[in-house]
Design a protein around this ligand. Structure first.
Ligand SMILES: NC(=O)c1ccc[n+]([C@@H]2O[C@H](COP(=O)([O-])OP(=O)(O)OC[C@H]3O[C@@H](n4cnc5c(N)ncnc54)[C@H](OP(=O)(O)O)[C@@H]3O)[C@@H](O)[C@H]2O)c1
Length: 286
């Protein structure tokens, strides 16, 4: 039995779907059973609880061989992840697959990368078999541009001229399922990127080409972005953490490399941003 933590999320929901398609037994750790109903319909067992509840985590781990651990960024992320790692070890879990990110290197002092660095240190120091996934920026972020593209033929984002090698969260969730059900992944760290190194100018160009009308990218200042995020994010830690990531992209240039690893693991080319925009074209149209 495989436990997926973060099962209703962008990647976790895909991991559940692809695990079930591969014939695995899945327990989905969820907070909200209504939101998780599609996972149950697909054949997953639901475990309803909050990851902050140690008793619930211990119960959810009962009888589990492998765990997928993905939690959202926030002030409690590291504490929760360290708790899961410790309890997974105590429960005799054989393999833990953990969602980190490409920028989470030991010498990156920013708070979100440091959460992943410290969680990975704890995983590596444990007796668990492990696999670390380090994806770059998810394409799903550009759903956030849809309203403005529809209304104004433009979008704003605090990326300056920086680049990212954006990947589709669906591909990352699928790769997690491949790793959780396959051999040869224990002790491996995978840097996962999409096929193209893209700036937001490129995103505007791809939107223009696909939609057949000119879409402009208007860079946003980090201060304005922080104020905008403040309307949605409850925690100052999270707000500042996201601004730090965008500062890395806008002022230090962002990610400048791509890897072939995602396609090699999937056994097919990863989705490109051009494909992603074409697939979701209707969201950006009148
Ligand atoms: N976004 C990116 O571009 C990107 C790129 C690389 C790496 N990452 C890493 O990916 C991780 C986020 O993954 P994601 O985008 O798949 O996340 P996501 O879509 O935000 O999903 C987060 C999941 O965690 C669940 N969750 C949140 N709080 C919980 C709690 N207290 N107890 C139990 N479950 C809880 C959510 O449940 P609900 O549905 O109930 O909220 C949801 O299922 C982060 O660690 C981030 O650093 C992100």
């Amino acid at each position: 039995m495989i436990l997926v933590i973060g099962a209703t999320g962008k990647t976790g929901s895909q991991t559940v779907k692809h695990l079930l398609a591969r014939g695995a037994s899945v327990r989905a750790f969820v907070r909200n059973p209504e939101k998780a109903a599609p996972l149950k319909e697909q054949g997953a067992e639901l475990f309803v609880g909050d990851i902050a509840d140690e008793t619930a985590v211990a119960k959810a781990l009962d009888g589990i061989e492998s765990v997928m651990l993905t939690l959202p960024n926030g002030p409690n992320q590291l504490e929760w992840e360290l708790g899961v790692i410790k309890q997974a070890e105590a429960a005799g879990v054989k393999h833990l697959t953990y969602m980190s990110s490409t920028e989470s290197n030991a010498d990156n002092p920013r708070r979100i990368p440091q959460v992943h660095v410290k969680a990975v240190e704890a995983i590596e120091a444990s007796s668990l078999g492990w696999t670390i996934l380090r994806p770059n920026f998810f394409m799903q972020a550009i759903f956030g541009f849809a309203a403005s593209v529809k209304a104004n033929d433009s979008f704003t984002f605090p990326a300056g001229d920086g680049t990212a090698t954006m990947c589709d969260a669906r591909d990352i969730g699928e790769v997690a399922a491949i790793i959780l059900t396959g051999d040869g992944h224990i002790g491996k760290t995978y840097d996962l990127t999409g096929p193209d190194i893209l700036s937001m100018h490129d995103v505007a160009r791809l939107l223009t080409e696909t939609l057949g009308r000119t879409i402009a990218y208007v860079p946003m200042s980090l201060d304005d972005f922080g104020a905008y995020l403040g309307k949605f994010l409850k925690s100052e830690w999270h707000n500042e953490g996201v601004v730090e990531l965008m500062q890395e992209m806008s002022e230090e240039g962002g990610l400048k490399f791509k890897t072939e690893t995602l396609g090699e693991l999937l056994g097919r080319p990863p989705r490109s941003l051009a494909q992603f925009i074409t697939e979701h074209k209707a969201m950006y149209e009148g």
